[in-house]
Design a protein around this ligand. Sequence first.
Ligand code: ADP
Ligand code: MG
Length: 307
Amino acid sequence: MTDELRSPGRTTGELRGGGATAGELRPGAFREALVRFRHVYKIYRIADTGVVALAGVDFDVREGEFLAIVGPSGSGKSTILNLIGGLDLATAGVVEVEDRDLGRLPEGELTAYRRDRVGFIWQGTARNLVPYLTVAENVRLPAAARGMRVPAAARTTMELLEVVGLADRAKHRPGMLSGGEQQRVAVAVALANVPKILLADEPTAELDSGSAALVLDAFASVNREFGVTVVMVTHDLLAARRASRRLRLRDGQLVIEAAPIEPMSGDGRLRLPDEAIDALGGMDLEVEVRDGEVRIRRRGEGGGVRA
Ligand code: ADP
Ligand code: MG
């Protein structure tokens, strides 16, 4: 059990995210885990003090998943997206995407990774689109930026606009569209380079619920129809419900909220919450009973983790 999960006042049900440990990695294994976080710490240094944004985070994102990361403001959600996107590097621990250790990539390869493998959608619509270009020109811009070396798998501008339901707005400028429509265009733009992963930071934060639902529809359809893995950060629980799985962050750590479960049978059988099954299913486990709490974890983690 790690020290960070032992802090007083916490109750039952807190489990670490799961997945193979670093020692079990093998080339090409990313079909099981496209993204791997292993004991990831991020500490921002400001003058003499350090702000701990992530305090030992472990999880996997499987290929083709639509994952939501939820948690209050300041809990480390954007930090996780920045690490997956290669915009920032972990202070300690390992962040792997498609079996690349992002912390060890030379700068040139990291730049190529950001450009070719990842699509970003930011909270404010202003950051996603160029206002004086039409919708279609915005969608074509990423290909232009990579010198027209359009990947073989590239979809046409109209295909991309169709999947987000905006084919009829191709000639409009962003200012003529609602906030939600602009975010859907941003989804199409982010897909233009055929990224492996779509990263969205609070994509519905500034939208009314109807527009938000349509943006979430757009994520769901690119996830389903193009097989793009989506990681969406949100503090909107309704939005998070549209994802196929949710991770919850609190103070830079992953937690699984305490939730009522069925009574334990006489021989000690109980059904864990789905999140715990996702995190721990199929693994060798061990159990610790202490102070009226039962903690279940991957076997061999009892030694704790130090940054
Ligand atoms: P969230 O997206 O969940 O609101 P963030 O990942 O942005 O949280 O931030 C997590 C913590 O790290 C916060 O305490 C925040 O103030 C701090 N933080 C984030 N980015 C920086 C930075 N560039 N410099 C210093 N502290 C930062
Ligand atoms: Mg944030």
